[in-house]
Each structure stands twice: as structure tokens, then as C-alpha cells.
Unconditional design. Sequence first.
Length: 143
Amino acid sequence: MNPEILIVNKSPDEQKAMGNVLSSFDLNLNYANHGSEALIMAKRMKPSLIISQISDTSMDGITMADIIRKDKFLTDVPIIFIHNELDLSLIAAAKQVDSKAFLIKPYINNSLIYAVKKVLEISQLERVSIAATKSQMKSFLYA
């Protein structure tokens, strides 16, 4: 099954640009216009990855990520943030909500591709490791 990617961006042009960059990979791309919409969609589909701009008029990406981290169903969904300037306070805030990458616009398409591939790869390894640990614990407990 292809990973479900949720792209959160208020600009249809930027959504399309990101979609074009990622369309050559086996990914199911989904789009939300703002953080509130992304939360509804994420709860319905549990994406493999969320790529979100930070600034938004209805709900900024940091607030969205904070809500996701507190949701038991979504807490392990990795998030990549994109912002239009280097802002160390936003990078620190992104780290606080456990974002996996932070890209600054204009970004090179290869950096978006690399970040998405690496975050998905690490996320998959973490899921396999957690499943193996749970299996080992069951074997240990019932041995």
C-alpha cells in the first residue's frame, strides 16, 4: 500500500507544485487548505506523513502539530514543516512538537524529495521496531 501524504497549504499553486515534485513516487497525495481541515482529514485517514506550511490564517502548523501530538490515534504521524524564512524561534517550536524536518522556501525540489523519503523510511523502521518489541514482550510475558 502506498504511503498517504497530507499536504497542508493555503495556496493551490503551492499544493500543485509540491504534488508535481512528489507525483513521480508511489505516494497517495491528499491536500488540505489549512490546519483545521488537515486535522479532520488526518483523523479520517491517518496519513503516513504530513507536510505543512507553518503560517496559516485559521490554524498555524505548530498548533495543528501540537493537537496531533496529543491525539492517541495521530501522535506518531511524522510532520515536515515548510516556512518562507529562516526563523529560529519557529524552528525551536517545530522541534517542540517533534517535527521531523524543516524546509525553508524557496526549497530545492531534491530537498523536499530527500526529506519525504528519509522521514517515511525512518517512520517505517520505527513501526517495525515497535511491532517487534511488542511481539518480544508478548513472548516474554507468556513464555
